[in-house]
Design a protein around this ligand. Sequence first.
Ligand SMILES: Nc1ncnc2c1ncn2[C@@H]1O[C@H](COP(=O)(O)OP(=O)(O)OP(=O)(O)O)[C@@H](O)[C@H]1O
Length: 320
Amino acid sequence: MEELLKIEDLHVEYRSGGTVAKAVNGLNLTIHKGEAIGLVGESGAGKTTTALSILNLLPEHVGYVTGGDVKLGGESLIKMKDKKMQTIRGKRIAMVFQNPLSSLNPVFTVGHQIEVPLLKHKKLNKKQAHEEAARLIRQVGIAEYRLNDYPHQFSGGMRQRVGIAAALACSPELLICDEPTTALDVTIQAQILELMKNLQKQYSTSLLMITHNLGIIAELCQKVAIMYGGEIVEYGSVKEVFQHPKHWYMVGLLNAIPKLEGDRERLESIPGAVANAQNLPGGCKFHPRCTHCTEKCKCEQPPLVKVGEDHYAACWNMEV
Ligand SMILES: Nc1ncnc2c1ncn2[C@@H]1O[C@H](COP(=O)(O)OP(=O)(O)OP(=O)(O)O)[C@@H](O)[C@H]1O
């Protein structure tokens, strides 16, 4: 498969009020054309920071890429001038956010918001943009006449459909979704996921799905990257990683999922709190929470090594 986006040894810091948070610490990830990858991790793992770095949208004077690169088709997005980056955002890479109310502009109709990228990037005239917006909104299951309505006139699930229609307007090569269904109730969640699955296939868009929900990954993605303390600690095909997890963090995440069959033992949780980006531990960043920690884990950082066909893990003492 052809490479689309390559994240190489990415390091990102936030500097504010005299403190430094090391949010991403040497992250490597390649997304191929048409591939759907899930990026999983607890709150604070650095998932959103990774997405913002791809889009060159880190908060100004606070978020800094301190090392590494992100390349789209071989071209650096980190070094790209803002004017050129504006031609990438929305056109080649689009993003669907967790809360569509914060990404949709309350003072414009949803029709206007879907038409803007079509006018800007696809160079359609007003009539063509309107027709295309009507096609897109129908495709996400909303009646065309609602193009004249404002975001607050839609339910949460419908707003997220509008967000997806706007993101897909210019048929981006990469769609980044950051917890797109977290704010929705489960039945609406299922509908949105089904919609995304169909659209991703139809448009052959590559997908980076950011979530802490392993069920969503199993449903939508072929590959999964498990993130902890700003690094990828396990990566591989969804089948391999879910069936034969190697890193104890991933083992813990899977054990924390409620099961209906078998003995209903107490749910296991991962002890301790997620690594603090302002004060990361040495060695393996997961070691203070790991039940299999050794002296080596406390002082030496394990490299990500191949552990099977299409499967990599970073652990000195991994599950066998
Ligand atoms: N604007 C900011 N200023 C300072 N620190 C920040 C900022 N944004 C994020 N951080 C810190 O960077 C680290 C990574 O945050 P990030 O939001 O990328 O994690 P995440 O995995 O996306 O979490 P969540 O699932 O809660 O969105 C955290 O420790 C967070 O506190």
